[in-house]
Design a protein. Structure first.
Length: 184
């Protein structure tokens, strides 16, 4: 009897160790799954709305958006710090973001009353999500430009009119897109 008791203790402790390892592995898998699902549900339009609010707030006492570009927005802390890496702006979707006058983020000049926020390397799924969004009137959005193998300019009441249905967006969104949002 004395011989079997240590063997049973060793057997139980070995099984207990396996149970603990399996439990930790399940917890890690669940954590990874939820982290990835949160990233997949990222909504670029809410981030875009926050950026435009920051820019509007910063320039609320100015008659124009003079001097605004990506580096100016970083230097003057218009952009939230978590979005800034290596002196560039990155979306939570990992797309590089440019701020300025056009697709390349050129600096706005005196009397420029419109600015653009451009997202580089947007995949088709994110592109389609953008067009599912009904932008509010207070967002001051005046147009969206998509550039992939061609360039398409959408505006309210234009030839390519906003809002655009998801079905029609399928015709314009490709696997890789550059999307520029122009605001007043």
């Amino acid at each position: 009897m004395k011989f079997k008791v240590p063997y049973i203790k060793a057997y139980i402790s070995q099984n207990f160790l396996w149970v603990i390892c399996a439990f930790v592995a399940v917890i890690l898998c669940l954590t990874l799954f939820f982290a990835l699902s949160i990233k997949a549900d990222f909504n670029i339009t809410s981030e875009l709305f926050n950026l435009t609010q920051n820019i509007h707030h910063y320039y609320q006492k100015s008659p124009d958006y003079r001097g605004l570009n990506t580096s100016y927005a970083i230097e003057n802390k218009i952009i939230p710090a978590p979005m800034i890496r290596q002196n560039k702006i990155y979306s939570l979707s990992k797309s590089e973001v440019l701020i300025g006058k056009d697709l390349s983020g050129e600096t706005l000049l005196p009397m420029d009353r419109f600015f653009s926020i451009t997202y580089l390397r947007i995949n088709k799924k994110e592109c389609l999500k953008i067009f599912e969004t009904d932008f509010h009137e207070d967002s001051s959005l005046i147009g969206i430009t998509i550039q992939n193998d061609k360039a398409y300019e959408f505006s309210y009441g234009g030839v390519l009119a906003l809002p655009l249905s998801k079905h029609k967006a399928e015709d314009y969104c490709r696997s890789q897109n550059t999307i520029m949002f122009t605001f007043e």
